[in-house]
Design a protein around this ligand. Structure first.
Ligand code: 5AD
Ligand code: SF4
Length: 470
């Protein structure tokens, strides 16, 4: 049994990260023959991307996917640890699965993802959820077939969570969810240690993939007809720093642009290492979309310092304005946390001022949630839940006002839209503009998978309606 340790997960050292290729032993190949699986994914794009590997590994050993957990022979939850409310959702789901297991004893249940990397979660599972068959973490995803095999053969709860990140594993099978848009990992882990954030503990130190592996993956995607890639990392701007002396995120953007994939996006960017060279690449390459997610977290310098964010309101604004000045029609979105320990009414008002100044295209807003083991969890959480909710409400009102204004301004204009699928609005298609705005439009299904010109005729807060211009 390998259980996680928050202290070991904190350690950063200079050990070389090796690259290995995924391999599967023949003895695992029939584990899931004639059996079904159900997967539920919580959290960020990184988890969605991991689930695409999990699905393909399960399918490679015989399982086939179904949408109702009640009917499945195998259930896996890919979890997220970022806030307590996600924890609660996962434990709520486990409660429902426990009921199922009371009448359907031989269903196999596994938990993976970021929550599995948390000491308190694994201790709770060992004590109170003995019926869960196996738990594994983010660093040994590629071991899934072996973990299932061991859990079935040893007939005991199998816990295999590594606290320290392992090697970079290439060649894990993948079952991509979307036929036109693909996620491409470029860097794993995070070394920033923002004081509120659990991610550096659950995802390990920063490890960049080889540039050749990334570029080849994108070239393959182009051949397969993909139109868009989103480059993924907790902090993509750190790409290359752990690996190359003279190759960084701006070089990677340039090389990926040359593959001629039609659309390139990247998330998430930390403002601290967003370089001028990156701005130039976005400006100069038509296929790098003018769409940047740039989390600010707070507009108060006092709170930014307590969060360990390494920038001030002023330097954030300087970068924000540089992006707006250099990249025509650039859309910028952000993340904001309210109710961080010590946040006064004045600090909160500074956040509102910053939102009023930046007028973000949209923002993900959160109530601060203390995470066990992080530096800020030792600060006194001194703001009442009513006050936190009140601040979130006020913030959302302003955020939504600007989001709506941005949507309204699109009416009458023509945008390039990548048509993805039929829409849930009757008889319509849906797709996204270059700046991530959802558009519903009338048109023939033969348009699916194409990038077309669409004139916007109506706007709502979260979506637009348009017509195809030929
Ligand atoms: N509490 C609330 N929000 C958090 N985030 C990360 N950690 C926490 C936390 N402990 C938010 C940040 C981050 C986004 C992915 O989640 O805004 O950018
Ligand atoms: Fe968390 Fe900060 Fe790393 Fe983002 S940059 S994953 S907020 S520690």
């Amino acid at each position: 049994m390998n259980t996680p340790s928050i202290n070991k997960a904190k350690i950063r050292n200079k050990e070389i990260v090796n690259k290995i290729n995924y391999e599967i032993d023949d003895k695992y190949l029939n584990i899931g023959k004639n059996k079904t699986y159900y997967i539920k994914t919580y959290g960020c794009q990184m988890n969605e991307r991991d689930s695409e590997n999990i699905c393909a590994m399960l399918e490679s050993i015989g399982y086939s996917r179904i949408d109702k957990y009640e009917d499945a022979d195998f259930i896996i939850l890919n979890t997220c640890a970022i806030r307590e409310n996600v924890h609660n959702k996962v434990f709520g789901m486990l409660g429902r699965i426990k009921h199922l297991k009371e009448t359907k004893e031989d269903v196999i249940v596994g938990v993976c993802g970021c929550m599995s990397q948390e000491e308190i979660v694994v201790n709770k599972i060992k004590d109170k959820y003995k019926w869960i068959n196996f738990v594994f973490g983010t660093h040994n995803l590629h071991k899934l077939p072996e973990i299932i095999f061991n859990s079935i053969n040893n007939n005991r709860q199998e816990i295999d969570v590594w606290s320290k990140e392992g090697d970079i594993v290439e060649g894990i099978p993948i079952h991509r969810e979307n036929k036109y848009k693909a996620w491409v990992n470029i860097i794993y882990g995070c070394d920033k240690f923002c004081t509120y954030c659990i991610v550096p503990f659950t995802r390990g130190k920063e490890r960049s993939r080889d540039k050749e592996d990334i570029i080849n993956e994108v070239k393959e995607l182009v051949k397969e007809g993909y139109k868009e890639v989103t480059l993924l990392g907790q902090n993509v701007n750190a790409y290359g720093k752990d690996k190359y002396d003279n190759y960084n995120m701006s070089n990677l953007l340039n090389d990926i642009s040359k593959t001629n994939i039609e659309r390139i996006k990247f998330v998430t960017s930390h403002p601290w290492d967003f370089t001028d060279d990156m701005i130039l690449e976005i400006k100069n390459n038509k296929n790098i979309l003018p769409y940047i997610h740039l989390p600010v977290q707070s507009g108060s310098n006092k709170i930014l310092k307590l969060m360990g964010r390494r920038y001030t309101k002023e330097t954030y604004l300087e970068l924000f304005n540089k992006l707006k000045d250099n990249i025509p029609n650039c859309s910028i979105t952000t993340d904001i946390i309210v109710g961080f320990p010590g946040e006064t009414e004045e600090d909160f008002n500074e956040t509102l001022d910053l939102v009023n100044e930046c007028k973000f295209d949209s923002a993900y807003t959160f109530i601060y949630s203390p995470r066990s083991g992080t530096a800020s969890s030792r600060l006194i959480d001194d703001i009442s839940i009513e006050e936190k909710e009140n601040r979130l409400y006020k913030l959302n009102e302003i955020v939504n006002k600007y989001a709506r204004e941005k949507m309204d301004k699109t009416v009458g204009n023509i945008y390039k839209v990548l048509v993805e699928s039929e829409s849930n609005k009757n008889g319509m298609l849906m797709g996204y503009t270059e700046t991530g705005k959802l558009v519903n439009l009338k048109g023939d299904i033969s348009l699916i998978g194409k990038i077309i010109d669409v004139k916007i005729i109506e706007s709502r807060t979260w979506s637009l309606y348009g017509e195809h211009i030929q």
